[in-house]
Design a protein around this ligand. Sequence first.
Ligand code: 5AD
Ligand code: SF4
Length: 442
Amino acid sequence: MKRYHVTTFGCQMNEHDSERMKGMLESLGYVEAAEREDADLILFNTCSIREAADNRFIAHLGTAKRLKSERPDRVVGVGGCWAQSVKDEVFERFPFVDVAFGPGQVHKLAEFLTSDSLTAQGYFEFEGFAGDLPEKRAREFQGWLQISVGCNMVCSYCIVPSTRGREVSRPLAALVAEVERMAADGVTEVTLLGQNVNAYGRDLPRRGEPAANFAELLSAVDAVDGIERIRYTSPHPQDMKEDVIRAHAELPALCEHVHLPLQSGSSRVLKAMRRTYTRERYLDRVALLREHVPDVALTTDIIVGFPGETEEDFAQTLFVCEQVAYDGAFTFVFSPRRGTEAATLPDQVPHPVKVERMERLVEVIQRRARERAQRFVGRTLEVLVEGPSRTDPTKLRGRSRHNKAVNFTGLAQPGEYVQVEIASATSQTLAGEESLLARAAR
Ligand code: 5AD
Ligand code: SF4
């Protein structure tokens, strides 16, 4: 029996692609190896979003090179966004790699592995969704649903449009059928994935499928029996229309959490980023969300040190963060990416300035998140149990509908929904005790 090992870098899209790779390999008779050293097939699913992602992966490739030289019959494969961004160059730079493929070419891996000659090959076409592949879920009660591939936006800092191609939405009926299958398998929480989820469906009429938009998709998924929670990532503020916002108030399964990438609080910088919204428009979306769902949790992505960002621009980002009071944020130092417009812009911000701004930003984000989180103290929240707590194995860990990590004492099993009385809150996590009253009442 052949054994495989997959290392995944990057976003949830990649995690989902890796689950599909694993499912496909198991259907070919491979079994998963716990350690890379024990594998006959060593795979990397790569990311290229920032330079740090590239470097992390290249360090791992070093061990693959050693393992390959110890046993040359091992197969080394590199998939994902980094592979797509360098294409065949991967074989010149790393001659021990046997197969390389872009995102969406996962199915080609099977073709390669079952072909007679395993001479190095690369697959970098954009084909749209790579079809139904079996998947091996990390947790049986949580599933990903890829609603579209690719991205039609042209954010000037971002490598993704060049690694994942033009946007292609999957037909609504196929998505609903997939969610029904997941629910039948025991999935109760589904996360809709796409580079720009709320642009969903815009390309469908042209491709001969009946038109559908993101709000309609949400309501169709909500109607599937057994689905208790729906999440999605990531929406674009430009397409955050009232129908989607209303869906958060109206659909029982749609969670009270929106990840709404800000990137910058300065309209001038947003324009240079080609984000297609201004600071006012963004704040207006936030106000509308809070009007319909007052308790909504908001999280965001922010880039610090975009070329030309002045102290005044940065102060506006801080201002927006103070005003919105995010429940959490991913903060990134701008990293020039090959082939992107922003990499060639003048006025690149010196590294020490980026670092200093990042420190100030993190202080605001954490302080506001800590303050925001206090609203949960004293409340009883529904928590989906994921397993033992990471820091204290006598405790359990799960997530609230607001996507807050909750550590608590209780008797529950992974996959159960329990009521937790929240006793304290930090910027990142909530802590409490399972309500035994609620358990007894069930
Ligand atoms: N530099 C820094 N951060 C970036 N992101 C995307 N491209 C870059 C880049 N070149 C961030 C954005 C995006 C998140 C996934 O990664 O904030 O929303
Ligand atoms: Fe995901 Fe972007 Fe990284 Fe590709 S480059 S894996 S889309 S985060």
